[in-house]
Design a protein. Sequence first.
Length: 436
Amino acid sequence: MTIRKLLETWNTLVMSLMLLLLTAHILLILSSHRYRRGKTRIILYWLHGLFSFLGAYFPLMNLLWTIDYNVERTGPAALVEAFGALPGAWVLFYEAATLLILALCFRELWRYGRTRPSLDSVKQAMDLLPIGLAIGRADGTVAQCNRTMDDLVRQLSGRGLHDLTLLEGLCGPTGEARLTLSDGQIWQLTRRPLTLEGEDYLQFAVEEITEQARILQDLERKHERLLGLRLRLERYNRQADRLIIAQELLSARMAVHSAVGGVLLEAQRYLRDPASYDEARLLQSLQYTNTVLLREYEQDDSDRNPLAEALEAAEILGVDVSVTGRFPEGEPFRGILAAAIRECAANTVKHADGDRLTVELLEQGPGGRDRTFLLCSNGTPPEAPIRESGGLLSLRSLVERKGGTMKARGGRDAEAAFRLEITIPGDCAKDGPNGP
């Protein structure tokens, strides 16, 4: 059976196969150019495509002459006649061989495309990036844009990225912008110049910074709170400085009050009855008071023993101090006890005209940590209720500042003209020396 007879019987099937093979050849040639295959391979593909064209052209002309024998026979009529007289098996063999060759070529081209970069692979890689990228020329045309950037531009403007006008306007002269979308996402847009193969481009990159922006806002809020805390601490430090200064002034006033009070009482006794009073004793008191007051600014506080000084001051005033119990071992117990002895000794001489002071030291509370001082003086009991002022008021301020309590009352007999009870909790104690 010749090719002409084959076409008369199976014209639709044969021509469809021929045209399909020709289309496949065209696709193979275009793909080879796209993947930039070697010149030799591309030339072979072109030659094979030419045979496919001739393989479709000659059967088509034979088919036309078979349908209408009177059609004008143009072109290489002798070749068309000779092709139609060939055996029909040749056409079938050619189509089968060409189909196999095309399958092998496409398979090899598919493998080549998977192992080597192409324009499609670059675009696919850009679309997979978590950041948005857009590269454009200086005239504003877009050379490359990935899916993330295109989606972002659509959310902002409602259309795709056709030029760089929108991105240029967002970046402004600084080249940076922070974009907040309707769903709360925050993106950072940056622009920088780019030069490729001697041509200038503009690269726009956008990155989501929603989480970073949230962390930054939290840090700013914490910074504001810390700043407020620092200001409060500064105010507290200034207040603490004022309290320390006030405490030092109070201690100094109490010391001066006790010393001067003792000297005045000695002087008063001497003026009332100079003959019955020892003048040497008065001069000794004056000398002691002046020495103490003048050396206050020279002596280190760590070298002072306020309890021993209080007992010495009471002895100078002529007050016999009797102590029962164990002396406290730390501050503020020792300082408060010393201040109480000084104040009671001075008041014994000044207000009650007495000469004896009994001090009872009690240990109370869990483990004996709380301390109670009970001071009783002899002499003339007060006729009116005791009004705290001067030294007693300063002593109460000192006790209450340490969390303690103080009770002062007059006695009912000559053995206890005045009673003073001071209780100090143990949780405010600090270690200190033993003994008076």
